[in-house]
Design a protein around this ligand. Structure first.
Ligand SMILES: Cc1ncc(COP(=O)(O)O)c(C=O)c1O
Length: 403
């Protein structure tokens, strides 16, 4: 009975591997969510909002304290939506959604017509494909290639990117920092993407949900909307979940010039209309706080994740898996080919099933994030956004692969 547009997707890989993790008592490094709580300030503000009777629908664009806090946060970082650096109007430019998960289909459905083309980098967050399908648009892919040299980042081919732009291209969807590779796009890469957007009059949708989780001061997140010529053609998407370990709160948003905000809102008003009111008040408190003083909470999780990443990478290496560099996000990718060859396993799905069942560590097979499946088959994705003890337990179990 499932409509054709969704039938080919089947069960989400996150649902499958979380189910397998539970079934086999595995340490769950598959789905990207922290196994600890978010900041008390946000929780107290949300509880206070419930007790104060904020129980009715929020305005379609979000509650005023939150849209204002988001506008101030971006303004303080020099963002521009076409009116000059730091000039952001919460009413015209900010739209609060149910997580970035809703902002994505709202943006894609609100912007794209049937037959329009959108450029996606592979591997991609799987919502991008589903959202493109919902919008009846056509994806064109540009591949991020795994490095062949240890310590190098994933990169794309300039010619493939140039060739992906056609007269039917309406948008490009950029995700920096990038899930699942942990790549942070460099200024040179962003300048190339920006120049092509300008040349071909294309809108850039920039999914920045991991914007605050970068671990190398030499490689900071650069918002593409801050590059010359991009302010009035970028829709920036982000959310509370990754930054503050509140993935279940589902508070996300878009930031865009008024004509592009109108696209997001055209669809958002008929998807959820608005997100949960008390949680928006909680989000407002923590975002306001972060704008006015450096967040100790964020500094702490950044340092925990960087340390988890290093420990996990060293452990993977010691059992014959080759970790790739991850400069950001919750994730690192590793090459499992050597171990799989030894164990007679065919591909990433077989490897991840084996790892969950026999070793007791759940991960994600990345072919689901690729159009060119051969690029994903040698890889496995691990989430390191966990307590130190969870990573230590996973490392202990991974030792079984040595045998
Ligand atoms: C790249 C990317 N975009 C968007 C989302 C969804 O964001 P949210 O949790 O705010 O719905 C995720 C969550 O995994 C993600 O990895």
């Amino acid at each position: 009975m499932v409509a054709q547009r969704f039938a080919s997707f089947g069960e989400s890989v996150f649902a499958k591997f979380t189910r397998l993790a539970v079934q086999h008592g595995a340490v769950n490094l598959s789905q990207g969510f922290p196994d600890f709580d978010g900041p008390q300030l946000a929780k107290d503000a949300a509880i206070a909002a419930i007790n104060a009777g904020h129980a009715q629908y929020a305005p379609m664009i979000g509650v005023p304290p939150l849209t204002k806090a988001i506008a101030e946060q971006y303004a303080s970082r020099g963002f521009d939506v076409g009116h000059g650096k730091g000039v952001i109007d919460p009413v015209q430019h900010v739209t609060v959604t149910c997580g970035c998960s809703e902002a994505l289909p709202a943006t894609l459905m609100g912007l794209l017509n049937a037959g329009d083309e959108i450029i996606l980098f592979e591997p991609y967050f799987d919502f991008y494909i589903a959202g493109t399908v919902m919008a009846n648009a056509t994806p064109r892919f540009v591949s991020l290639h795994a490095p062949t040299r240890a310590g190098a980042p994933f990169t794309f081919d300039e010619k493939q990117l140039r060739d992906a732009f056609t007269p039917r291209t309406k948008a490009i969807l950029l995700n920096t920092p990038h899930n699942p590779t942990g790549k942070v796009y460099t200024r040179d890469e962003l300048e190339l993407i920006a120049s092509l957007c300008i040349k071909h009059n294309v809108v850039c949708i920039s999914d920045d949900v991991y914007e605050h989780l970068t671990y190398d001061p030499a490689l900071p997140h650069i918002p593409i909307s801050t590059l010359p010529g991009m302010a009035d053609r970028t829709i920036t998407l982000s959310s509370l979940g990754k930054t503050f370990c509140l993935t279940g709160w589902k508070v996300g948003w878009s930031l865009a010039p008024a004509p592009l905000s109108a696209c997001v809102r055209a669809a958002h008003q008929f998807i959820t209309f608005s997100g949960p009111t008390p949680l928006q008040h909680g989000a407002a408190a923590i975002i306001h706080d972060m704008t006015h003083k450096p967040s100790a909470f964020v500094a702490q999780i950044r340092s925990l994740y960087a340390s988890n990443r290093d420990k996990l990478a060293a452990a993977l290496m010691s059992v014959g898996l080759t970790p790739h560099r991850s400069d950001s996000t919750y994730f690192l990718m590793a090459d499992h080919s050597e171990v799989s060859r030894r164990l007679g396993l065919d591909d990433d799905v077989a490897f991840c099933e084996y790892l969950t069942r026999e070793v007791g560590v759940a991960s994600i097979p990345p072919t689901v994030f690729y159009d060119t499946k051969s690029l994903g088959k040698p890889l496995v994705r691990f989430a390191y956004c966990k307590k130190e003890a969870t990573i230590d337990e996973a490392i202990k179990r991974l030792g079984a692969l040595k045998k």
